[in-house]
Design a protein around this ligand. Structure first.
Ligand code: PLP
Length: 399
């Protein structure tokens, strides 16, 4: 047995994470000395709100440092349940498990249901980690291409979802608001998707981690359905709303029996989420004024980014309504310059010091003609970065 002979699961990881583009930018900064403008960032640029940090510090000082229950601490589970119950259908504490980040929540959900050969319907494009974990467990991602409209953005393409459901379909994965497109999907579409999942007996795994980042319109949550316990696994977390990415705290809501099974998996994988971080998260429920301020700031930044991107000839941009991403279409530039979207992003870093994420990071096909830009960046940098991007694209488009 060689030390380089890895498992099937390890070898199934094929995609790229967004991090390599930021690493490359760091390298370019060192060698060329230009200021990097980073639109590749997938987290709010503000520190975690003070009251949350203080609560975690207090917990540390008081010695709250031992293992907790695999479910997370009761007080936090109760806060989550109360918060969701105030917005949606009633959720009980026993229907919540706190996890180390939303990624772990998603992992537990996939691990709980996927057997080798099971199919999981994913929208194309989607957050890269869904497909990787499905493949890691021997499952088969089945992609539904979202429909693109130049002025309104993306929609879910529900007829295609229906036609792709087979006897082997275990799950449909929904992410709303959506990474990377910045869409908040039409509530009627979400309702129809919920109906399809129920009628066809498929689990609906709904990742609503950007649910506070809504700039226009109304978001429909799957937890609004009083029958959610029959078919929904709901995932959310503290990373984005409270700018707590490094704290690693997420959660799952599902019917009690499902949560019990997840806790059994959790106890054997990571024991429990970090004790004092959970105490900070309890305080997060008192930080909605700070969150609202952050959202207002992000809305202004989105508007600036949209107006600046519109000035670039050769790309198509719609105004995103949620999360903190813009996802412009660059297909024409790619054809004219004979570049893949990955090479486009790498060249943009190299020549102008601007980091974007090529859409191909978000599988499978659709993203190959789009780039993702995060507007979790200050306004001056947004203006400067888009100005540099404009110069770059003009250069590529000049015969
Ligand atoms: N789900 C989506 C759609 C995301 O974009 C991210 C992070 O980028 C996550 C889940 C992971 O969140 P966490 O940091 O809580 O693991």
């Amino acid at each position: 047995m060689s030390i380089d002979q890895f498992s099937f699961s390890a070898n199934s990881i094929t995609g790229e994470s967004t991090l390599i583009y930021q690493d490359y930018a760091r390298q370019v900064q060192k060698t060329k000395g230009i200021k990097i403008i980073n639109f590749g960032i997938g987290q709010p640029d503000l520190p975690t709100f003070k009251r949350i940090r203080e609560a975690a510090k207090k917990a540390l000082d008081e010695g709250f440092t031992a293992y907790t229950s695999a479910y997370g601490i009761d007080e936090l589970r109760q806060k989550i349940a109360d918060y969701l119950s105030s917005k949606y259908d009633k959720v009980k504490k026993e229907e919540v498990i706190v996890t180390p980040g939303a990624k772990t929540a998603l992992y537990l959900a996939f691990l709980l249901y996927i057997n080798p050969g099971d199919e999981v319907i994913l929208f194309d494009p989607s957050f890269y980690s869904y497909a990787e974990v499905v493949k890691m467990l021997g499952g088969v991602p089945v992609y539904v291409k979202m429909k693109f409209n130049e002025s309104t953005g993306f929609s879910l393409n529900l007829s295609d979802v229906e036609s792709k459901i087979t006897k082997r379909t275990k799950m449909i994965v929904l992410n709303n608001p959506h990474n990377p497109t910045g869409m908040v999907f039409d509530p009627i579409e979400i309702e129809k998707l919920m109906q399809i999942a129920k009628e066809r007996n498929v689990i609906l795994l709904s990742d609503e981690i950007y649910d506070y980042f809504i700039y226009e319109g109304k978001m429909k949550s799957v937890l609004e359905d009083p029958e959610w316990r029959d078919y929904v696994i709901y995932v959310n977390g503290f990373s984005k709303t409270f700018s707590m990415t490094g704290w690693r705290l997420g959660y799952v809501v599902a019917k009690e029996n499902v949560i019990k099974k997840m806790a059994a998996l959790a106890a054997n994988i990571y024991t429990c989420p970090t004790s004092f971080a959970q105490k900070g998260a309890i305080e997060a429920f008192n930080a909605f004024d700070e969150v609202k301020e952050m959202i207002a700031l992000f809305k202004r930044r989105r508007d600036v980014m949209y107006e600046e991107l519109k000035k670039i000839k050769g790309i198509q941009v719609y105004k995103s309504s949620g999360a903190f991403y813009m996802f412009p279409y660059v297909g024409e530039v790619l054809r004219k310059s004979n570049l893949s979207v990955k090479d486009f992003s790498l060249k943009l870093i190299e020549e102008k010091g601007v980091t974007t994420i090529p859409g191909e990071v978000f599988p499978l096909e659709v993203g190959k003609e789009f780039i993702r830009l995060s507007f979790a960046v200050n306004e001056d940098d947004i203006r400067e970065g888009i100005k540099r991007m404009k110069e770059f694209i003009e250069m590529l488009m000049t015969p």
